[in-house]
Design a protein around this ligand. Structure first.
Ligand code: NDP
Ligand SMILES: O=C1O[C@H](COP(=O)(O)O)[C@@H](O)[C@H](O)[C@H]1O
Length: 491
């Protein structure tokens, strides 16, 4: 199939020397270029406040690519071609002075300006205003903003209002990089292209759903940011909520951005809040203490560089909720995410109900349900656990769980699984919003999170401790065990 032509873009990257840009964004752009997906006259303007010239900037990006792109994928000629697209402008984002130079950079070009705000959300509003005043924008301009949008509902409304006073919603691309992950997009195909699953996807066939997003990393020098946020705001409000929506939403009538986003909003509205007595039983907050990671000793959260030793910020959260609608009534959704877990693992497990009548060995009753395991990372793939008869003359009718396994790397050996940012940047360039989060999604998600935080604050309890390298506080295991279930950690 022919590669779809991507229109030429002038990309203005704010925060061009920041962590995200250097670790992820240039690598993603380079891969797009290498794959022939950037139009020949696409250009990138790096904006930062460091007093360097374009050559020094290009050198910094080259060094970043050395670290973030696999050696076998770094082809000299293609790296040079990519580097040639880069320009640099020193700018204090908060001051309107200097913005005219962005407009001048574009003078005579017919390509719309795409602005990527890889900066803290507190700067989104002022940058948008300055771009407008500097005469940099027109109706075709686009703006890409990073998560998290705000700290709570109130601040997110303020930020969204500020962006919205300059850009229309159709011009705004709110990134949640989990939506760019290959397997997350595959959820749409899995659910809506396969009647086998589509027809079973409800409370009469599914007993419960688990979502785990476990990270091995700790705070990685981001204490200042992370301690203000915590795992609930940093990971649940956006990434885990989006995963939950993709699992729980009704079939959209087509793949248009708004059809999909309308359905996601309905899920967020139907999500049962955790309040009252449920605060004691249905949610666990944790904070890691020293332990091990990858076989090496690592410090606890309160011993990290720059730490405030009194911090009660959670680095782990697990909870049980429900989507209160006809499809999902009575189906618990168990979610957990944490830093310094034993392995990096993001997966969704759909547990199907047992047969109405059971005829096999009563000791094996616990085995007797199908599970669909959707692995986001690592080892992207889908695994359906089915029960078969154990082979051998001495086994009688003993059951054995076995996988029907689709490993994306093995099934499509020639296809490279792109990083989430590659997909997302490409979609911005093509002007397609279906993988981006609409304002009301952000706000409904904050509403739910704010209620939970208010509940935590009213109880005033510190997070439970867990050693780095463990699966979180024991009470997160007790939370699911009380329902006669356990977290599924196999694949
Ligand atoms: N890093 C990550 O892994 C992730 C980040 N994000 C989001 O991406 C965005 C960027 O994050 P990250 O790269 O980590 O942040 P960084 O702080 O590393 O980068 C932001 C950059 O903006 C620059 N900057 C800040 N204020 C000004 C100003 N007034 N004028 C000019 N430059 C300024 C900083 O410059 P200086 O260095 O000079 O201070 C810094 O280089 C944030 O919204 C974050 O929440 C989202 C998901 C993951
Ligand atoms: O947005 C964020 O995501 C990362 C985890 O992303 P992943 O793609 O590596 O799973 C997380 O570490 C970070 O704290 C958070 O801000």
């Amino acid at each position: 199939m022919a590669v779809e032509q991507t229109p030429a873009v002038d990309l203005a990257l704010f925060g061009a020397l920041g962590d995200l840009a250097l670790r992820k964004l240039y690598a993603a752009l380079y891969h797009l270029d290498r794959g022939g997906l950037l139009a020949s006259d696409t250009r990138i303007l790096g904006l930062a406040r460091q007093d360097i010239d374009a050559e020094a900037f290009r050198e910094r990006v080259r060094e970043a690519l050395d670290k973030s792109v696999d050696a076998k994928e770094r082809e000299d000629e293609k790296v040079d071609r990519f580097i040639d697209r880069l320009h640099y402008l020193k700018l204090d984002f908060a001051s309107v002075e200097g913005y005219r130079e962005i407009a001048q950079w574009q003078a005579g070009r017919r390509t719309p300006l795409t602005v990527y705000l890889s900066v803290p959300a507190s700067l989104f509003g002022v940058i948008c205003k300055n771009l407008e005043q500097g005469g940099c924008l027109d109706e075709e301009s686009r703006v890409v903003v990073e998560k998290p949008i705000g700290y709570d509902l109130e601040s997110s409304i303020e930020i969204n209002d500020a962006i919205g006073s300059v850009f229309d919603e159709r011009q705004i691309y709110r990134i949640d990089h989990y939506l760019g992950k290959e397997t997350v997009q595959n959820l749409l195909a899995l659910r809506f292209a396969n009647p086998l699953f589509g027809n079973q996807w409800n409370q009469s066939q599914i007993s419960h759903v688990e979502i785990t997003v476990a990270e091995t990393v700790g705070i990685e020098g981001r204490w200042g940011y992370f301690d203000q946020a915590g795992q609930l705001r940093d990971m649940v409000q956006n990434h885990l909520m989006q995963l939950l929506c993709m699992i729980a939403m009704e079939p959209p009538s087509n793949l248009d951005a708004d059809s999909i986003r309308d359905e996601k909003v309905k899920v967020l509205k139907a999500l049962r809040p955790i309040e009252g007595e449920r605060l004691a039983t249905d949610v666990v907050r944790g904070q890691y203490i020293s332990g091990t990671s990858g076989g090496k000793p690592v410090p606890g959260y309160l011993e990290e560089e720059g730490a405030n030793v009194d911090s009660r910020t959670e680095t782990f959260v697990a909870f049980k909720t429900e989507v209160s609608n006809w499809r999902w009534a009575g189906v618990p959704f168990y979610l957990r995410t944490g830093k310094r877990m034993p392995e990096k693992l993001s997966q969704i497990v759909i547990h199907f109900r047992q047969q109405p009548h059971y005829i096999f060995d009563p000791d094996q009753r616990g085995l007797a349900s199908n599970k669909l395991i959707i692995r986001l990372q690592p080892d992207e793939g889908i695994n359906l656990q089915v029960l078969t008869k154990d082979s051998g003359l001495d086994k009688g009718m003993r059951l054995r769980p076995g996988p029907l396994h689709l490993d994306f790397h093995k099934a499509f050996p020639k296809a490279r699984i792109p990083d989430a940012y590659e997909r997302l940047i490409l979609e911005v360039m093509k002007g397609r919003q279906y993988l981006f989060v609409r304002r009301d999604e952000v706000e409904y998600s904050w509403r739910w999170v704010d209620k939970l935080i208010a509940g935590w604050e009213s109880r005033g309890l510190p997070p439970k401790r867990y050693p780095a390298g463990s699966w979180g506080p024991v009470s997160s295991i007790a939370m699911i065990t009380r329902d006669g279930r356990s977290w599924f950690e196999e694949y």
